[in-house]
Design a protein around this ligand. Structure first.
Ligand SMILES: Nc1ncnc2[nH]cnc12
Ligand SMILES: [Zn+2]
Length: 335
């Protein structure tokens, strides 16, 4: 069996996926028509041609503009279900999806509309596709601490539908320390904590995410590899890293996939997982990330299997659910 064929049906979890980043141009046009929202493009091809980024901020500007078409509960449900259908085709068995409530509430869409729509899509994924999922509420780090606190308060009536909080958007200039108090509060509410760190920001931001935000999992973490003590800390603590190879390439975090840090991370004993981040914008879903990285750096079948195992080990699943999903991998690898 070829590596691509092996990856295609390998059971896996996706742990770093921004649901707004799964908005394909076709659905963007459909929602624009349905909601009578003007978009600054004439064709789906023109949208895709605009997805040429030289850094994170370049991408974020166009990504927040794209989210303008999302207005109703039905829109959020359609968005989520479209992602889960595509993920199920990549043999994703479980997904932990980020959403950015401030992107929507700041333009007048009630928190309730967003969460009801997304959780309807998640319920349909469970019954129609046998894909389980959880929701992670991300604070936009370019906004201030008070706005994050208000967002956490808005989420309080729906805490039973939210597994954790995260931190995303423009990293440099917005260190984790800015959000220490709101992460403390989220922890006291029983929520898991994750944060984007070391995507563009320095290793000092990764230390802050660990020591000040007390994260349970780290998103990206690429620049941790510049700091030997940090590598040792991450390895010794068994921290899961949700790494996104095609995102890193599109946002110029790496200039060549062949130089991606995943092989070195694995060699150093880090618990790496592969994920798509914003698949509609970066040209690939999770299996595209596995395939592209495997081809570029020459991953072995054992390494690919390890990456999939790490995705279930690092998920916010119960021990019983992890055992069941890991057994699916073992059965698949032994065929
Ligand atoms: N890769 C990323 N980094 C930071 N914020 C994001 N929001 C969506 N994708 C992101
Ligand atoms: Zn991300």
């Amino acid at each position: 069996m070829t590596m691509d064929a092996y990856i295609a049906d390998l059971p896996k979890a996706e742990l770093h996926l921004h649901i707004e980043g799964s908005l394909e141009p076709e659905l963007m046009f459909e929602l624009a028509r349905r909601n009578r929202v003007a978009i600054p493009f004439d064709t789906v091809e023109a949208v895709r041609a605009a997805y040429d980024f030289s850094n994170l901020q370049d991408f974020l500007d166009i990504y927040y503009a794209g989210a303008e078409v999302l207005r109703t509960e039905q829109d959020f449900q359609d968005l989520a279900l479209a992602y889960f259908r595509r993920a199920a085709a990549d043999r994703v068995r479980h997904a932990e999806i980020f959403f950015d409530p401030q992107t929507h509430t700041d333009r007048g869409i009630p928190f309730q509309v967003v969460i009801e729509g997304l959780t309807s899509g998640m319920a349909a994924a469970r019954t129609e596709l046998d894909v389980s999922s959880q929701l992670i509420l991300c604070f936009l780090r370019h906004l201030d601490e008070d706005a994050a606190q208000a967002t956490l308060s808005a989420a309080e009536p729906w805490l039973d539908r939210i597994a954790g909080v995260g931190l995303d958007s423009s990293e440099v200039g917005h260190p984790p320390s800015k959000f220490q108090r709101v992460f403390d509060r989220a922890g006291a509410m029983g929520l898991k904590r994750v944060a984007h760190a070391g995507e563009e920001g320095p290793p000092a931001y990764v230390w802050e995410a660990l020591d000040l935000l007390k994260i349970d999992r780290m998103d990206h973490g690429n620049r941790s590899m510049e700091d030997e003590a940090l590598i040792q800390r991450l390895a010794a603590s068994g921290m899961t890293l949700t790494v996104c190879p095609l995102s890193n390439l599109k946002l110029c975090v790496v200039d060549d996939l062949a130089k991606h840090p995943v092989p070195e991370m694995l060699r150093r004993g880090l618990h790496v997982t592969l994920n798509s981040d914003d698949p509609a914008y970066f040209g690939g879903y999770v299996n595209d990330n596995y395939r592209a990285l495997a081809a570029a750096v020459g991953l072995t079948r054992e390494q690919v299997t390890q990456l999939a195992r790490n995705s279930f080990e690092g998920a916010f699943l119960s021990p019983g659910e992890k055992i069941a999903r890991l057994a699916e991998i073992d059965a698949y690898a032994a065929r």
